[in-house]
Design a binder for this molecule. Structure first.
Ligand code: PMP
Length: 446
């Protein structure tokens, strides 16, 4: 199997050649919060299989719901037909998300959920006022943001390597400074940098509002940027300003949604209702690909009325609203209630707070960022000057190798070690995750 994998499977973000010099486990089965490879080794899944697993692997209720759906039908199109599980799921999502979000557009990955919101926002202006389609051609987004890999979602992302490689294909965006004091440039104090970021937010929206089609943001935590946490009140301010200027707000809750920050949706924590809400990853409990872009009545109204070429939304995928995935999503949401998963997140978050305090004085830990079950431990060569380790050391990667050797899967983002235990992971396993990762940090730095 390994030879075939090396020869033929092109892994994401991995050079074909680069992948070969590393013996990656070949996963054969799952058991609760563990992954088991073809050699029978078991690994605690410390990043929820790229942040999507919620209640564990091979959960009887989820397996059963998918099997029951399989006995009905696996898939039928939503183009010109409707399906029972997609209707039931839409009803459930509308109930659970902030009021005003009443429309559910299905797709199949987080990237497309964002891509759809961008296209819908763009077309919304055009439908409302055809003249606006010529002028509303700019999107605001956060520096360092990651919203996916499609051309649109990369355009509103701030990952520099993506822009270097694909720059010519991308559309224009206004990048708002990320209000994270730890990464302030020279010459600022923590307070003065945050003041600067709030002022820049105001200035950039004031200057560009006539051209802005939408503002896209990950509420509270920019996950793939390295768990960058926004200060309290930031999202609320973004909402106030976007309302003031009539700019639709797209909340990308692909990573932070579904309980990860301690509430079902991160927006709730600042009492914010966006115009669009994007969900994916955990929506099926990490079982099957499914994504949704939710929108308000106000947005949808621009796509109503007698059919013309322009008031239909021109987007749709073959597997949109897949029945098996919708059944998994319904069962995932039900388990949130039955297992009191949000209470579990609060409990494990408290465990993480307590355990992460052990690293506070660690000579090579620059900053620990933590909310709910999202953690970033930033490793630095010098705490005082916040100087990074030389990139060629690939220290974050070394930590993950050391952890894996000891039976725990984590992934780094540069030198930020990411812990993303599943919302349903019990406290004792979160303790085990901390034990192994903290030891791996020391082992890698030696
Ligand atoms: N948005 C955010 C905030 C994400 O974290 C991700 C995935 N890491 C995406 C979008 C893209 O999701 P997908 O990989 O399912 O396309």
């Amino acid at each position: 199997l390994r030879n075939i994998d090396n020869e033929h499977v092109w892994h994401p973000f991995t050079q074909m050649q680069g992948h070969r010099d590393e013996e990656v486990p070949i996963i054969e089965s799952g058991d609760g919060f563990f992954l088991i490879d073809t050699d029978g080794r078991s690994y605690l899944d410390g990043v929820s299989s790229l942040w999507c697993n919620v209640h564990g692997h091979r959960v009887p209720e989820l397996d059963q719901a998918i099997r029951a759906q399989l006995d009905q039908i696996a898939h039928s199109t939503l183009l010109g037909l409707a399906s029972v599980p997609s209707i039931e799921l839409a009803e459930e999502l509308v109930k659970r998300t902030p009021a005003d979000l009443t429309k559910v557009f299905y797709s199949d990955s987080g990237s497309t959920a964002v891509e759809i919101a961008l296209k819908m926002a763009f077309q919304y202006h055009a439908n409302k006022s055809p003249a606006d389609s010529q002028t509303r051609d700019l999107f605001a987004c956060m520096q360092h943001a990651y919203h996916g890999d499609t051309i649109g979602s990369v355009s509103v992302g701030g990952i520099s390597i993506f822009h270097q490689i694909f720059g010519k294909l991308l559309f224009e965006s206004v990048q708002i400074p990320c209000p994270v004091a730890y990464h302030r440039p020279e010459g600022y104090t923590e307070e003065s940098y945050l003041e600067f970021c709030f002022a820049e937010l105001e200035r950039l929206l004031a200057e560009n509002h006539e051209r802005l089609a939408a503002f896209v943001i990950e509420p509270l935590v920019q996950g793939a940027a390295g768990m960058l946490m926004h200060p309290a009140g930031y999202l609320k301010r973004v909402r106030e300003l976007t309302r003031q200027y009539g700019i639709p707000l797209i909340a990308d809750e692909v990573a932070v949604g579904l309980g990860r920050t301690g509430t079902m949706f991160a927006c709730e924590q600042e009492g914010v209702t966006p115009d669009f809400l994007c969900l994916a990853k955990g929506i099926t409990g990490g079982y099957l690909p499914l994504a949704v872009t939710m929108a308000t009545d106000e947005i949808a109204a621009a796509f109503e009325g007698a059919h013309t070429d322009y008031n239909a939304f021109y987007h749709g995928h073959t597997y949109t609203g897949n029945s098996l995935a919708c059944a998994a999503a319904l069962a995932t949401l039900k388990l949130f209630d039955e297992n009191r998963t949000l209470d579990n997140v609060r409990e494990t978050s408290a465990v993480l707070t307590q355990r992460l305090a052990e690293l506070k004085e660690h000579p090579y830990v620059g900053e620990i960022r933590h909310k709910g079950v999202m953690v970033g431990i930033e490793l630095v060569a010098d705490r005082e000057t916040r100087t990074a380790f030389p990139a060629e050391l690939r220290l974050g990667h070394q930590v993950t190798l050391a952890a894996r050797k000891n039976g725990v899967i984590v992934r780094p983002l540069g030198d930020v070690v990411i812990l993303m235990p599943a919302p349903g992971m019990p406290a004792e396993l979160v303790e085990q995750l901390c034990d192994t990762v903290f030891a791996a940090i020391d082992e890698a730095i030696q």
